[in-house]
Design a protein around this ligand. Sequence first.
Ligand SMILES: NC(=O)c1ccc[n+]([C@@H]2O[C@H](COP(=O)([O-])OP(=O)(O)OC[C@H]3O[C@@H](n4cnc5c(N)ncnc54)[C@H](OP(=O)(O)O)[C@@H]3O)[C@@H](O)[C@H]2O)c1
Length: 246
Amino acid sequence: MQHLSQITTGSSPGLRIAITGGTSGLGLALVDALSADGAQVAFVARHAERVAVVEREHPGSHGIVGDMARKTDIHRIALQLLGRLGGLDVLINNASDLGPVPLALLGDTECEDFERALQVNVLGPFRLTKALLGALASAAREGRGALVLNVSSDAAVNAYPTWGAYGASKAALAHMSRIWNEELAVQGVRFLALDPGDMDTPMHAAASPDADRSALKQPREVAQEIIATIRDLLPPVNSIITRRVS
Ligand SMILES: NC(=O)c1ccc[n+]([C@@H]2O[C@H](COP(=O)([O-])OP(=O)(O)OC[C@H]3O[C@@H](n4cnc5c(N)ncnc54)[C@H](OP(=O)(O)O)[C@@H]3O)[C@@H](O)[C@H]2O)c1
C-alpha cells in the first residue's frame, strides 16, 4: 500500500494540508488518512467539542473552530491554519451546506436557506482561498506545488428537483474552480473541483433518509481516491512528498 510520508532528510516539512469540515464524513476520512500518512493536517468545523475530539484522536493534527458562512471568521481561520502549519501546500474546501432540509423545490425554498448554501459552499471557499493565495503561491515558488481541491457534486451538473440551492451553489463552486485555475496557472497554483460520488455520511442521510446505505461509497474509499489525485497533481517525489511502499 502506498502512503504519503513526511520526508525525513533536510528541513522541509511534509505535506501541509488544510481541510474544511474535518469532523465528519469525507473530511474526517481525509484527516484520518492524511494523518496516518504523515502529512501535517489542519481542519476546520463549527462545533468546538467535536473539533477537540477529532484533534485528540489524531495527535499532531490541528483543529480550528470556525464557520465558513461567517465572513468575520475567515481571516482568523486563515491565520490559524498558516500559524499551525507554517505554510500551505493543499487546501480542500470540503465543508458544505445542503440548503433547506428536508430538501425543497426552489419555489418553496426560503431566501435565507438559499443564501446560506451560497455562503458556505461558494463565498466561504472564495474568501478562504483568497486569504491563503499568498501562502499557496509561495509553496509553488518553492517547488512544492500548490493545489486547491473544491468538493463539488453531481448536483452541480444535473438538474435534480429539490436540490436547487445546493446544486446552484456547487455549480458556482465548480465554475469558480475553473476560473481560478486559469488565472493562477501562471503562479503554479492548481485548482480542481471533484465530485466524490454518493457517500454514506450524515449529509447524505439528511438529504436522502430512505437511501439504501449499502449502495453508497464509504468516505474512506473516497479519501484514498483524493489522496491519489493529490499525489498525481503535486510535483514528484523529489521535494516534499515521498511515496513509500509498505
Ligand atoms: N455525502 C455525499 O453523498 C456527497 C455527495 C456529493 C458531494 N458531497 C460533498 O462532499 C463534501 C463532504 O460531505 P459529507 O457528506 O462528508 O458531509 P458531512 O458528513 O455532513 O460533514 C460535513 C463537515 O463539514 C462541517 N461543516 C458544515 N458546515 C460548516 C460550516 N459552515 N463551516 C465549517 N464547517 C462546516 C461539519 O462540522 P460542523 O457541523 O461541526 O461544522 C462536518 O465536519 C461536501 O462538500 C458535500 O457537498 C457529498
